[in-house]
Write a protein that binds this ligand. Structure first.
Ligand SMILES: NC(=O)c1ccc[n+]([C@@H]2O[C@H](COP(=O)([O-])OP(=O)(O)OC[C@H]3O[C@@H](n4cnc5c(N)ncnc54)[C@H](O)[C@@H]3O)[C@@H](O)[C@H]2O)c1
Length: 322
């Protein structure tokens, strides 16, 4: 798809981060956008930002509350979209919504683990199931599923458990790659890409906490303190002398530094994603760190989960993610 003008795009998780920037850049190119999120407030801000420049006549930006892990809510989003955008077709589907957390089968609850897995994987699967009939009706369509570098490297370092997110992101990658053949055979006018970002400066750390525990800034619960101590220990921090308040400060500061000290902004990432769609690339790596880890995992797969591999990679890309 070389041109987005006059098309209709669905974006899940359009409230902040890369979803917001995708919405802004698509609208700037004259594309209609229908987004969903669990935060009405965040979507209202995205819509406002989209409308800062006067929208071309007739262009629509609509917002819809839907939790992507619940199929019925996505179906309601689809029905609202069809009514509010007066259409029975869409051209672009960005399955972007995702959260982190729930990393361990041992220190996290089953509920937390499955929440992360069901949003990151279920959201993509239900998104495709729900919107495929509308893509079928368009003259050309493109599905863009956001995985992660954790979709080909299941780690954020050897001391930190990361099972829910990595499993879901591997599933998104496998689904997207196999979907390409299914589409070629059965709906050749629809393309599919998988997006694998490295570290992008967004609020995913605080948003994930909000979704996992109901608040992004409230004091950590006793369970969260235990999990946070485990994580810090896993990254080599000596937590023995740290009070719970120290741990709390460290966790809040991590959310800030993740957003503010990243090697790439969400806007730059969205541009790479949209350029990748226009260039018809099925595999869209985002960031120098993503390219480097891709090369390294392929070159030495047996080493990929050793401390030496992680340390050398961190040094090469300058990650500060503790
Ligand atoms: N930021 C990174 O470093 C990074 C790296 C690799 C992959 N990713 C992936 O990129 C995607 C976008 O993440 P981001 O960094 O822009 O994060 P973000 O938190 O800024 O944006 C994600 C949006 O999705 C929404 N959301 C969360 N759960 C939802 C649900 N159940 N239903 C609907 N909306 C929901 C959030 O409210 C938020 O607005 C995610 O899939 C994430 O896993 C991010």
């Amino acid at each position: 798809m070389k041109d987005f003008a006059g098309k209709i795009a669905v974006i899940t998780g359009g409230g902040t981060g890369m979803g917001r920037e995708l919405a802004r850049q698509l609208v700037a190119e004259g594309c209609n956008v229908a987004m969903c999120d669990v935060s009405a407030e965040a979507m209202a801000e995205t819509k406002r930002l989209c409308e800062v420049e006067q929208l071309p006549q007739g262009l629509r930006v609509t917002t819809h509350i839907a939790d992507v892990s619940i199929e019925g809510q996505l179906q309601r989003f689809r029905d609202e979209l069809m009514e509010q955008q007066a259409t029975d077709k869409i051209h672009l589907l960005f399955n972007n919504a995702g959260i982190g957390g729930g990393g361990s089968l041992f220190t996290n609850s089953r509920e937390q683990w499955e929440r992360t897995f069901n949003i990151c994987w279920g959201g993509v699967y239900f998104g495709v199931r729900t919107f495929l009939p509308l893509l079928m009706k368009a003259d050309e369509g493109h599905i863009i599923n956001t995985s992660s570098i954790n979709g080909f490297w299941a780690s954020v370092g050897p001391g930190v458990a990361h099972t829910a997110y990595a499993s879901a992101k591997f599933a998104v990658k496998g689904f997207s790659e196999s979907l390409m053949t299914d589409l070629k055979l059965n709906a050749p006018h629809i393309k599919c890409s998988v997006v694998m970002p490295g570290h992008i400066g967004t609020s995913i750390v605080s948003n994930s906490r909000k979704i996992q525990s109901g608040s992004e800034s409230a004091p950590l619960s006793d369970v969260e303190i235990v999990v946070a101590r485990e994580r810090l220990k896993g990254t080599g921090v000596d937590t023995a002398a740290m009070s719970d308040d120290d741990v709390q400060r460290r966790v809040l500061d991590r959310a800030r530094s993740f957003r503010e000290e990243a090697p790439m902004t969400a806007a730059a990432a969205a541009k790479i994603i949209l350029d990748g769609v226009k260039a018809d690339r099925w595999r869209i790596l985002v960031g120098d760190d993503a390219h480097k880890i891709d090369e390294r995992v392929r070159k030495t797969p047996e080493e990929a989960y050793t401390p030496e591999f992680y340390q050398s990679y961190r040094d090469a890309v300058g990650w500060k993610l503790d």
